[in-house]
Design a protein around this ligand. Structure first.
Ligand code: GDP
Length: 197
């Protein structure tokens, strides 16, 4: 099984993105944070796992938010062998603000923690920067550089080694993500094949 997980804070547009990507409707009629369990769907020959949205939101206690995070970590540990990639969905325009807020409290945002954890587990993270329709064309590059820096990489983002895919799920502009996934899957399968020679 080739598994790809999707993770992100609540409300970043993860369901919308998955819907556009797979044509399948996930987590319809959900209430934020209520679902603790990952949801599976099959797409081509991949297993796609939609992780519950994390982070604090109204109507969700701190304990519940903590549970969601621990569940995600446990799921990844339990299935590390077959999870090859993780799409970390972020709300582009909101992300930098959220990081500032956490920085001010001397805490590490869950997205960044998760990123390091994925690397440790040998899972390739791809950061889907969603809601790019809200960003002015001339500000996009600078914003992506800043995001790369926050994830601990260097600018310019294109040479940073971080796989960033700016998308707008709402407007069905998801090519940067689909082509990144395609490329990386292709590379992995090729490496897999060559290791037998
Ligand atoms: P989830 O909680 O991460 O699954 O987020 P949803 O897919 O439910 O989306 C949360 C909100 O963001 C909804 O109001 C969506 O319509 C909106 N949204 C999703 N994708 C985009 C996008 O690309 N651009 C904009 N402007 N809004 C989006």
């Amino acid at each position: 099984t080739f598994e790809i997980i999707f993770a992100g804070r609540s409300n970043v547009g993860k369901s919308t993105l998955l819907n556009k990507l797979t044509g399948q409707n996930v987590r319809t009629g959900k209430r934020p944070g209520v679902t603790l369990k990952p949801i599976h769907l099959y797409f081509d020959d991949f297993l796609i796992t939609d992780m519950p949205g994390f982070g604090f939101m109204s109507g969700v206690t701190k304990e519940k938010a903590e549970d969601v995070k621990n569940n995600i970590v446990r799921y990844i540990e339990d299935h590390a062998g077959r999870i090859k990639m993780a799409v970390q969905v972020i709300d582009g325009p909101a992300f930098l603000e959220i990081v500032e807020r956490w920085d001010a409290r001397d805490e590490i945002p869950i997205d960044l923690e998760l990123h390091s954890f994925l690397l440790e587990m040998n899972i390739l993270p791809v950061v889907a920067v969603n809601k790019m329709d809200k960003v002015k064309e001339e500000e996009i590059n600078d914003m992506l550089d800043q995001i790369a820096l926050k994830f601990g990489y260097a600018a310019p983002w294109k040479e940073s080694g971080l796989l960033l895919a700016p998308v707008s799920a709402r407007d069905d502009q998801i090519r940067p993500l689909t082509s990144t996934l395609k490329n990386e899957i292709h590379k992995m399968r090729r490496d897999d094949l060559f290791k037998y020679f």
